[in-house]
Write a protein that binds this ligand. Structure first.
Ligand code: ZN
Length: 66
C-alpha cells in the first residue's frame, strides 16, 4: 500500500500576522481585514479575522491591550 499523503504544501499561502482578537496566525487563505488605530500619534494597524471582528462588534467596547 502506498503511503497516504498527510501533508500537502501550498506555496501560495502567506502569513499576514496574528489576529488582533484570537491571536492566532493568519494566512492569506483566511478572510481578514486590517483594523487601524492611532496609538501615541502613530497610525498602526493590525489584521484580524473577519469572523472575529464581527463577533467583537456585538460586544460592548473593551480596552484592548495593544
Ligand atoms: Zn481571529
Amino acid at each position: 500500500m502506498p503511503k497516504p499523503k498527510t501533508w500537502v504544501r501550498k506555496e501560495k499561502i502567506v502569513f499576514v500576522g496574528k489576529c488582533k482578537y484570537c491571536k492566532s496566525e493568519m494566512t492569506s487563505e483566511d478572510s481578514f481585514i486590517p483594523i487601524g488605530k492611532i496609538v501615541r500619534g502613530k497610525y498602526q494597524y493590525q489584521n484580524a479575522h473577519y469572523k472575529c471582528v464581527k463577533e467583537n462588534d456585538h460586544k460592548p467596547k473593551i480596552n484592548f491591550d495593544w
